[in-house]
Design a protein around this ligand. Structure first.
Ligand code: KG4
Ligand code: ZN
Length: 340
């Protein structure tokens, strides 16, 4: 019997990346991402500019994804799109386009939760990549979220800890802004940190109950520290950039690993996955691998291209939902806030 080929088009437009991907039976055939440069100069994402850029990018990005996959759009089995959470104006572009295309091609439509997609990216079919067994713990660390999730099954997830204020990505980006670095500063802090001494400066670790996180205090601590040091020496940032970044990153990683240890102890689960933009960070990747030996963990670290926002992760959720016949209809709307 010939195996049926399921082609899913995934569309992601929740924040400042316009992305489209085509997956065949859970394998990525194409994953095109257009990142919006326009926000760099503003030190953060400007929602109105983001939705305008999505409008400009969406047609060429989808066209390229289909071409790179070497299929015809009429071969698509279904369209999966990010319904939320995210910026409303940005989500609307992907949602409206997905609905129109599904209507035109007369194929099913699948709504996807963005944070669930960051977790389920681990189920993209890849050679030499082991998929986590259930249950496992997933720490989703991005520009908008910081959560520890107990994953019992693909669509049975329970948030057991989350940030009470800023997301960890914001801690990176806002600290980077204080250091005069462009948005998004996370990858730059990572780059400079690799050249610096993580113990050069010490930053306070917040005391937050249970498995929750807080990052707003750290950002304020960085601000006061920099203001004080620059007053004493105007060249302080320039002369100590690597050490500042290394120390800051070291503090953030410690905060994350401490909560993971606690979560693993509480739940007895030793399979640990990470996802979201901050899981691209070289320090957190290294720290997790080191802890594997110390605590008997098995860790799952996504391929670099599936860490920051991408449509391949939306496509894999589409594939998994397709297999369960979980479709939505044309009345579906984008949602800035949406539960699992
Ligand atoms: O998942 P993502 O692309 O978008 C959201 O859903 O928020 O995450 C973006 C976040 C940004 O805050 C960015 O600075 C951070 O991920 N990020 C990093 C690194 N690469 C991206 N943070 C630290 N180190 C990195 N290498
Ligand atoms: Zn994301």
């Amino acid at each position: 019997m010939k195996l049926q080929k399921i082609y899913i088009l995934g569309i992601e437009s929740s924040c400042d990346d316009t992305s489209a991907a085509v997956l065949c039976n859970g394998k990525v055939l194409s994953n095109v991402v257009a990142s919006q440069k326009i926000h760099e100069q503003y030190g953060g994402v400007v929602p109105e500019l983001a939705s305008r850029a999505h409008q400009q990018n969406i047609v060429p990005v989808i066209d390229q994804a289909i071409k790179q996959a070497k299929i015809n759009k009429t071969e698509l089995s279904a369209i999966a799109f990010t319904q939320g959470p995210g910026l409303m104006g940005s989500l609307l572009v992907g949602t409206s386009f997905a609905k129109s295309l599904a209507l035109a091609l007369e194929i099913p439509l699948i709504n996807v939760h963005h944070m669930q997609a960051h977790i389920l990216a681990h189920f993209i079919e890849e050679e030499d990549f082991e998929q986590p067994e259930f249950p496992f713990l997933a720490m989703t660390i991005s520009g908008g979220h910081t959560q520890i999730v107990k994953v019992n099954d693909h669509f049975d997830m329970q948030i057991i800890g989350e940030t009470i204020d800023d997301a960890v990505g914001e801690a990176f980006d806002k600290s980077a802004k204080i250091l005069g670095l462009p948005y998004p500063g996370g990858p730059l802090i990572d780059k400079y940190a690799q050249l610096g001494n993580p113990k050069a400066f010490s930053f306070p670790k917040p005391k937050v109950s249970e498995l929750n996180f807080s990052f707003s205090g750290l950002k304020t601590a960085v601000l006061y520290f920099i203001q004080k040091k620059v007053k004493e020496d105007p060249n302080f940032i320039k002369d100590h950039l690597n050490d500042i970044c290394a120390s800051l990153q070291y503090t953030i990683i410690n905060i994350l690993i401490d909560k993971l240890k606690k979560a693993s102890k509480q739940t007895g689960i030793k399979r640990i996955a990470i996802g979201g933009g901050v899981s691209a960070n070289s320090g957190i990747r290294k720290a997790l691998k080191e802890e594997e030996h110390t605590y008997g963990w098995k860790t799952y670290i996504p391929k670099f291209e599936y860490t920051t926002d991408n449509a391949a992760m939306i496509g894999i959720v589409g594939h998994l939902k397709f297999m369960k016949n979980q479709f939505t209809d044309m009345n579906v709307v984008a949602k800035a806030r949406v539960k699992f």
